[in-house]
Each structure stands twice: as structure tokens, then as C-alpha cells.
Ligand binder design. Sequence first.
Ligand code: FE
Length: 267
Amino acid sequence: MTGFEGSFLGATNKISHAAIMECKICWTPYDPAEGDDYRQIEPGTAFVNLPDDWSCPNCSAPKEQFMVLEDPGAASVLEASRLDEVASRLVADFREVWHAGMRDLPMVNKLLSVEAIGFQIWNERPIGVLMTPWFMNLVLLPAENESWDEIKPGTKDVISFPSGDYEFIHNAREMTGSYMACSLFSPMWDFKTQMQAVDVARAVMVALFDPENVAETDRSADIRAARETDLEQAEIDEVGGKPDTELVPTRRAVITGGLSTGATMES
Ligand code: FE
């Protein structure tokens, strides 16, 4: 993938630290590997980190007149900005659900807030953990050239990861569009702080890509069984009137199957 046409016009979020730039007036290049002797810029200084008043050493054209000559890091910058966008849409969408009335329901854990954790690209599709005060799910979004709009919400799909196969359910929301979710925890009573829940979400993302976690049995059956156990536990909690403070999140044992139990929580 190459950069973009024309000068970057100060859009420093679109070029990587490896970008080699060129003055569009006199074609003098700026290579971060070399820096700029004339203005005493150290080698290794990215174009985006040059002082605001830096200008072309040859013709004094301002920074904004430079264009991308070559950017080996462009793909990763694009990917990062796409992931940012995906994560903020998800968070905005589910914050709206929260404010639209979810916060008044008894099943929510008011110590937690909506957060998207660990989003990355897997087989061209964004995958990460979405956490809300009422659930923690793996969320998978379509690749850029892919559409799930024709797939009925509720349709199940088994997706393979290095750690095994996971059952996802199709869904759609206005801002997010079509997505697939795999339930990890619901409800969220077992989490006492946002930080604790985020730690578990990060551990889930690591475990998801760890081939040592592949179970010999069918993974999706395991997940379903564990989900049912969790739901039973949730009912027990409900009847008990308050969350059991000693209860260890059971779904975590599934997704981190093969890892030593409990090791991911106390970090
Ligand atoms: Fe110049």
C-alpha cells in the first residue's frame, strides 16, 4: 500500500514514523534515517516529530508543503486508524444502549463502563473484546471487502482461531453495522473494578491466539456448556440477592483453558 496523492497538509496521523518525505517545491527529500544537518535534526527523527517551524533546508518551504515519497509504515498506520474507528463506533453504540435504559436494570454492574479492548486484525477482520456493565464478548467485524448485511441476526457461525474453534452469533447495530459476538461473561458481577475486567479481557486476547490452548474436544461445545454453567450460577447469584464475592469467573476458565487457572487475574 502506498501513501496518498499530494502533500500531507499537516495530517500527521496519516504517515508513519518511517515515512520519507519530499518537498513538493524543490524535490528535496527528508529521510528520518538521516535527519537534517542544516537544522541540527538528529538522525532517527520522524518527519511528524520535526519542530513546527522546520522548513525545507533547500527552499524554506514549510513542512506542510512536503509530500510522501515513500512510507514503509503506511499499512500499519492505516490499520491502526481503522481499528480506532471500529473500537470507537462499538463503544459509542453500546454507551447509547447504556444511557437508553440499560443502566436502570438490576443486571448491570455499575462499577464497570463500556470499553473496547485489544482490537487487532485477524484474517483481515477486526477482532477484540467489547466490555459493558452487563457483558464481556469477543466481537468480530467483517473485512473491508466483506458484507454480512444479508445474514440474519441470531445466525451462528464457528470461527477458528489458533486456540481453537469458537461459536459466534451474528448481530447488527446502527453505528457498528453487522458484527459477530462470542459471549465470554454475562452478567458481570464477578468483576470488582474496571481494571480487573480489562486485565481479563487482555488475557483472553492472548489466550485466543495461543495454539497451546487447543482443546482435544470440540471447542464450541465446551463454550456452550460453560455458558450454561455460568447462566445457572447467575441465577443462583440473583436468588442470593447479591453477587458472591468469592466467585471466580467461570467463563475465563474456558477461554484460558490450558493456562493455569487464576494466573490471569491477579496481575
Ligand atoms: Fe524545498
